[in-house]
Design a binder for this molecule. Structure first.
Ligand code: PLP
Length: 282
């Protein structure tokens, strides 16, 4: 595989990062993941806008202008002949001797790589997933897409060990978001509920795209926090992310929703989203 590291395209075996990189030592770095379907990036403008925002919140300069980052993404897709999968971008503050307080003149470390992955034809897309509910273990700036992901790593490990596919996080009795996705429920009267954007969750790019589709197609939507009881009593549930698109949730904790199969409105939204993705192809 060809990756981008140290300002050039190199074989993944030649790519090297300093052990003094602040991403490595402090998790002082942010990232983005853009889906690639049919060789095309999905909603990449939203991802680059969010990258710029995450960096600005941490006062890390953009490593390159947006257009150049995009050109690197395109080149990686081309060089690796990627049809379906992801393009990953990571920017750390840079490298220097280990001190909490950093120098003003650091040069950000920028790396990028592709990963082939089956996004369309998998268990999540077809049968839906079971999620467990876990107290949200993360810090209170979840709107910044940092590489500090230990809460998510541990939650997903525990979910798997307990026989679940994924985790939804809970804070003060309400769902914040999925461990790596935005969480939604559907009420009996066919309204979609998802938490409003704030520092408590990552503002999902797939969420933004889906909310636009809901508005286009006249699907009722409420942006507010919802409780565990509402989630387990919901008609349907689903989650979204760049890599999981719209994924039905068929069980929350020990409660099955819609008889343990993806709900009709969820199926409809999956179809709207795929239509949106397919429009990129033409
Ligand atoms: N929330 C969290 C914590 C995530 O990690 C992700 C994606 O990885 C999302 C939400 C969904 O964001 P997006 O739709 O931009 O992939």
């Amino acid at each position: 595989r060809v990756v981008y590291c140290g300002g050039e395209f190199v074989s993944e075996h030649e790519a090297r990062i300093s052990m003094f990189d602040r991403g490595f030592l402090f998790g002082d770095a942010v990232y983005e993941v853009t889906a690639v379907i049919g060789g095309r990036m999905v909603d990449n403008d939203l991802h680059l806008a969010r990258l710029e925002r995450s960096l600005s919140e941490l006062a890390i300069p953009m490593p390159l202008p947006r257009a150049e980052i995009e050109a690197i993404q395109h080149a990686l897709i081309e060089k690796n002949q990627l049809m379906e999968g992801t393009v990953y971008l990571q920017v750390s503050r840079g490298e220097e001797d280990r001190e909490f307080v950093y120098s003003a003149d650091l040069k950000p470390t920028f790396i990028a790589f592709t990963q082939a992955k089956n996004l369309l034809n998998n268990k999540g897309q077809t049968a839906g997933l079971a999620v467990n509910l876990v107290e949200d273990p993360r810090w209170n700036r979840r709107d910044i897409k940092t590489i500090m992901l230990l809460g998510q790593v541990m939650a997903k490990r525990d979910a798997k060990a307990a026989g679940f596919d994924d985790t939804w996080f809970v804070e003060d009795g309400t769902i914040t978001e999925g461990a790596s996705s935005t969480a939604y429920i559907v009420t009996n009267d066919k309204r979609i509920i998802t938490r409003a954007n704030s520092k408590a969750i990552l503002p999902g790019c797939t969420r933004a795209a889906l909310l636009r589709l809901c508005s286009t197609h006249g699907v009722a939507l409420e942006e507010r926090a919802f409780t565990i009881a509402e989630a387990q009593g919901a008609a349907e549930a689903f989650q979204t992310s760049a890599t999981s698109l719209v994924t039905p949730i068929v069980r929350i904790g020990d409660v099955s929703l819609n008889g343990g199969v993806p709900g009709p409105l969820t199926r409809q939204l999956q179809a709207y989203y795929l239509e949106h993705v397919n429009m990129l192809q033409s």
